[in-house]
Design a protein around this ligand. Structure first.
Ligand code: SAM
Length: 249
């Protein structure tokens, strides 16, 4: 953490739906951990190594994992988020927190086998296909045997992707490896054009299963789940998010 680290920053107020906007227009942080982040938080204190929270934002999962006694490395591409995160951590937990700003996966380096758990929650849907492959390979390298990765992402089954859905289905039929890539978010969700990157990658069970199995993981759990905590226009039929837990054996 280097530049301008003395400038105070505070947590933004939540939107009326309870979500906290990121400072870099990369979507929002949820106020509470979802079911897969909660599984990471439970696993973290007994993981076979330190824990890594990729795209931690203001600490929705890092802070409860620290409270459980875990040693957490919090990462985010935006260093300002991490400055806010650390200001929210109780003094007694700070010695077990390390902040590592950086662009995952390509600009991050850790010792092989040095982590026991990695959370990538609501970040991979900003990546194109090859980058998702590189992310899975890096996480596998960083995990110790017995370590687990926890992934959460948005799916093609969200209300704001209705217009995109026929494209997704046509690509599926054609055998496209990455059927959920939305190249121009503003064309599908003009309301969020300013608060999301232009590429959005809606992920499904086939893609996550293929990527993480090919990388060398064994998948323990992979399921769609409902997001009652999301704004009404995103909610659809209970499959708005997908979560995965995979182990390095
Ligand atoms: C949609 S927010 C999710 C925040 C939190 N993980 C959650 O589940 O609510 C995405 C976060 O990931 C960060 N991010 C996006 N791309 C990243 C990358 N390549 N490397 C590290 N962090 C990234 C953003 O800055 C932002 O804080």
């Amino acid at each position: 953490m280097t530049e301008a680290k003395n400038i105070p920053l505070s947590m933004p107020n939540p939107d009326e739906n309870g979500l906290f906007r990121t400072l870099n227009s990369m979507g929002t942080m949820t106020p509470c951990p979802d079911i897969f982040s909660s599984a990471f938080i439970e696993f973290a204190p007994n993981a076979p190594g330190r824990c890594l929270d990729i795209g931690a934002a203001y600490g929705v999962s890092t802070i409860p994992a620290l409270a459980k006694g875990a040693y957490v490395v919090a990462n985010d591409i935006d260093e300002r988020h991490l400055r806010i995160l650390v200001s929210r951590v109780p003094a007694e937990d700070r010695a077990r927190l390390e902040l590592v700003p950086g662009n995952f996966p390509d600009e991050m380096v850790f010792q092989p086998g040095s982590f026991g758990a990695v959370l990538v929650c609501r970040v991979m849907h900003f990546f194109d296909g090859p980058r998702i492959n590189r992310a899975a390979a890096k996480v596998l390298e960083w995990l110790a045997p017995g370590g687990k990765v926890f992934v959460v992402a948005e799916t093609p089954f969200i209300g704001t992707a209705r217009a995109f859905f026929p494209t997704y289905e046509a690509r599926l039929k054609a055998g496209n490896l990455w059927p959920g890539v939305v190249e121009n978010v503003s064309a599908h969700d003009p309301n969020r054009a300013g608060s999301l990157p232009s590429l959005f990658h809606l992920l499904d069970d086939r893609v996550l299963s293929r990527v993480f199995t090919s990388a060398g993981f064994t998948i323990e759990r992979l399921t769609y789940f409902a997001r009652p905590d999301y704004p009404a226009d995103i909610r659809l039929d209970g499959k708005e998010s997908i979560g995965m837990i995979a182990i390095k054996k």
